[in-house]
Design a protein around this ligand. Sequence first.
Ligand SMILES: NC(=O)c1ccc[n+]([C@@H]2O[C@H](COP(=O)([O-])OP(=O)(O)OC[C@H]3O[C@@H](n4cnc5c(N)ncnc54)[C@H](O)[C@@H]3O)[C@@H](O)[C@H]2O)c1
Length: 330
Amino acid sequence: MRRLRVGLAGLGRIGRIHAQNLARRCPSAELVAITDADAAAAARVGAELDVPVVPDLDALLSTVDAVVIATPTATHAALVAAAAAAGKAVFCEKPVSLERSATVDTLAAVEKAGVPFQVGFHRRFDPDWAAATARIRAGELGEVYLFRTSLRDMRSPDPSYLSSSGGFFLDVTIHDLDTARWMVGEIVEVSATGAALSDPRFAELGDIDTALVTLRFASGALGVIDNSRSAGYGYECSTEVVGSAATVRIENPPPRHYRWLTPGSDARGIPRDFQERYPDAYAAELEAFARSVLAGEPPLVGGADALAAYDLAVACDRSWRMGRSVRLAD
Ligand SMILES: NC(=O)c1ccc[n+]([C@@H]2O[C@H](COP(=O)([O-])OP(=O)(O)OC[C@H]3O[C@@H](n4cnc5c(N)ncnc54)[C@H](O)[C@@H]3O)[C@@H](O)[C@H]2O)c1
């Protein structure tokens, strides 16, 4: 079986998950080289997975058919453009850029180069979300009335990450906004509110750690998103869509399927982070990327989806700052 020769740039929190999946869980991909600005970190992952380490993206591009970019968001645009100019298929973590103009220019460069492009909205590849969305699309839920989703981290990432994350809506809520568009349809209006509650550093950065967003879809349906960086008890990602014929509820499953019963208590585990919550989705998104590139078919979630989610996240940010709802045409 032919395998896509993939190189990976960025070996931090998400990059290490991608490295393990590409090396061990993606039958259509072969991880042929990795790189990271931190040479020691790259050497550790290279030794663990028995994958060659190269010094930079240029060296990576000379040996691969496709690249996975999992570096900090501010670096994505330049790396994607370089990979596209070299004729390589690109998988890029979300968001493509912190700036709209750079997002548009980068996606135009990809288009011009004619290379496949996939953005890292992994939830679209989770077996539960994919099955639920297929049934909604098939009409089994009837008319959609209400979309609800929660995305909460147990604790916030390092301050160094936060200062270059693009802010809460662009870094966190963007996943929910993409999920909402994908499951229900286009969003025409958002209303967001936020607060910095868990740590004074959020306020110092002009950022928040807790948010509520309401959505109005083009269909007339309504939606609500709740997000937290500091939920304390664990990582939670769950979604519900209420329709005229059925309701689908995607729970937050425990990482292990046993419960511990003691007098007056019934305890089960809770995922601690996105890695524990999505053991399959991160592998599935890269397997789907490799398969689509090998088959010459467009990836399932591409540049237009990346830009639409970016615009929604920025609209949420504006809504929070201005204290009023924002229509997407505004
Ligand atoms: N899809 C998801 O669920 C998900 C989860 C977490 C992060 N992300 C996204 O992934 C990206 C990385 O996030 P993270 O949490 O892994 O960050 P991180 O800070 O943990 O890791 C980033 C890594 O990139 C390396 N790096 C920096 N500049 C580089 C360059 N020019 N070339 C090569 N390596 C470079 C750093 O040394 C570091 O190892 C962000 O864009 C973030 O939005 C997505």
